[in-house]
Design a protein around this ligand. Structure first.
Ligand SMILES: *[C@@H]1O[C@H](CO)[C@@H](O)[C@H](O)[C@H]1NC(C)=O
Ligand SMILES: *[C@@H]1O[C@H](CO)[C@@H](O)[C@H](O)[C@H]1NC(C)=O
Length: 518
């Protein structure tokens, strides 16, 4: 009996194992570490679940996962261009740029690298090999034409959204996103908008929609046809995703609608804490009054900030009894106080996990925000661009953050904010509560990502999860045809009623007049 059970079990395991190894193509073309970190975590997770993963990105994994199979197709040269100092924008000066400008600026960025990936020799070599895949996972980020890969390989398509549900992805799967309470990621609002904010949000939403349909999609379609002349139009490929994996979770993001094929896996990239390098560990262990960690992320070079901004921050930091770790991109920091230690790189997640950490000073990027909630550390946010202002506004609404703009920094304001964050326990309690929400989930988010990817492979797509709204033209989706019809009927009826009333009234009047005459 026992042996039969054992035999059955091993046959089952063997079957599961062989059934489970699928070939997965993951495409994360953006030359920015914050995007790659997410793609890399997903690729590792899928490989460790036993799959054969091919990763197309500008980066190379030096330490591939031990389990499963993993291979890089490196978009060489993408990073050199990004790292070219002469081409780097000064984000501190760009921080005040209108979001409407970014809307159009993103078009040219998106078109440029969509084309560059198609044209890349390593990518072309992959296309020309007769390699087959079971599913394509694509980062959806102003690169809509890349969806043609699922058509090319005849596989289902999974989209990955680095910034949660947003205007780029909502329409592709028919996800409702009312501008009355869902702010656009480029604006600096939280979900409770006043009248003026709703006006701006609505105008921005409409402008973004018009831009996509009238300018961006036609340009992407043109690029698509250059490289895949026989493929269907983008208007067809765009709305055929089986699933959307979202780097979001309600502990970090606002509660917003999700259609059934949108799956939240936010927090999946955060690793269990590792031991810190020896010098850092000593530094943090010794800091009995606590440590403040200051990093503006992987994209922004803090040395580009003006002298007055730097002084407005360094002055107050130097007067604190806490120690400070500042991720600084040069070898020296002018005017560095003794309690501040600089480095070009810090193991951010492990620092945030240290018991002596008191505060995180951040640009408010989504990865930093997610990691700070994971470890329960309050933040002082200096948001600059993209979704950072929205993330900071949201964190402030949720009571674990104070937000300041670089342009309005003074020593007094920074001192005031630091005092509040370090001495009022409210901020810490609020972020700890968020942290408990993030950890209280039925399944680990990485397991969820693996499950849903395998689900899509097993069922060769997931059309049953698709809401019918995807296929409706916008005027039908918004019921404008029905509303116009009802208005016309009401107008028609009232006209008819008016004629009838007039007739009756006139004939009555006539009879009355006649009676009078008689
Ligand atoms: C749309 O997706 C389904 C399911 O993955 C697939 O069978 C079909 O070929 C796709 N259509 C196009 C035009 O790519
Ligand atoms: C930490 O404290 C110990 C003991 O007081 C001292 O020997 C060591 O140098 C300190 N380390 C750092 C990095 O400050």
């Amino acid at each position: 009996m026992k042996y039969t059970a054992l035999l059955a079990l091993s046959i089952l395991l063997l079957f599961l194992n062989s059934a489970q190894c699928s070939k997965i193509l993951i495409v994360f073309p953006i030359a920015a570490p914050s995007h790659y970190i997410l793609g890399n975590a997903l690729a590792r997770g899928l490989a460790e679940a036993g799959h054969d993963v091919t990763m197309v990105s500008p980066f190379e994994e030096k330490n591939p996962p031990k389990k499963g199979k993993y291979r890089d197709v490196v978009l060489t040269g993408f990073l050199d261009e990004r790292n070219d100092a002469s081409k780097r924008p000064n984000f501190f000066q760009m921080a005040e740029t209108s979001p409407f400008f970014f809307l159009f600026f993103m078009n040219s960025v998106g078109n440029e690298y969509t084309r560059k990936m198609f044209a890349h020799p390593n990518f072309q070599a992959l296309l020309k090999s007769d390699e087959q895949f079971d599913v394509v996972i694509l980062e959806q980020f102003i690169n809509d034409a890349h969806k043609v890969l699922a058509y090319h390989y005849k596989t289902p398509l999974i989209l990955f959204s680095t910034i949660g549900p947003n205007a780029w992805v909502n329409n592709l799967v028919g996800n409702p996103s009312p501008p009355s309470y869902v702010p656009d990621v480029f604006l600096s609002y939280d979900s409770h908008m006043d009248f003026k904010q709703r006006v701006v949000n609505w105008l921005f939403t409409v402008a973004a929609e018009l831009n996509r349909h009238l300018i961006f999609f036609p340009a992407q379609n043109k690029i698509l046809k250059e490289y895949f002349p026989d493929a269907p139009d983008l208007s067809e490929l765009n709305y055929n995703a089986s699933l959307v994996l979202l780097n979001s979770h309600e502990s970090v993001n606002d509660a917003v609608p999700h259609v059934p094929n949108m799956i939240d896996i936010g927090g999946y990239h955060v690793n269990p804490p590792k031991e810190l390098p020896k010098d850092l560990k000593q530094f943090m262990d010794n800091a009995t009054e606590g440590v403040i960690y200051f990093s503006l992320g992987s994209n922004i070079q803090p040395s580009q900030m003006s002298e007055s901004m730097r002084k407005a921050i360094l002055g107050p930091l130097g007067k604190l009894k806490q120690k400070v770790l500042w991720k600084w991109d040069e070898d020296t920091l002018p005017g560095k106080p003794d309690n501040v230690k600089i480095s070009k790189w810090f193991p951010q997640q492990d620092i945030l996990a240290h018991p002596n950490i008191k505060l995180f000073i951040t640009h408010g990027g989504l990865l930093s925000t997610t990691e700070t909630i994971y470890h329960g550390v309050p933040i002082l946010a200096f948001p600059l661009l993209g979704d950072q202002k929205m993330n900071a506004a949201r964190a402030e609404m949720n009571g674990y953050c104070i937000t300041m703009q670089f342009s309005e920094l003074t020593e007094e304001k920074v001192t005031d904010a630091l005092n509040k964050l370090l001495n009022n326990p409210q901020y810490r309690e609020n972020v700890k509560r968020r942290s408990r929400l993030m950890h209280d989930r039925p399944v680990k988010p990485m397991d969820l990502a693996v499950y849903w990817t395998e689900f899509v492979i097993r069922h060769k797509g997931a059309p049953h999860l698709k809401v019918a709204g995807v296929d409706l033209p916008w005027y039908k989706y918004l019921l404008l045809d029905v509303i116009s019809f009802v208005i016309l009927v009401i107008i028609g009826c009232s006209l008819i009623l008016r004629v009838i009333v007039r007739k009756i009234f006139c004939s009555r009047k006539k009879t009355a007049d006649k009676l009078k005459q008689n």
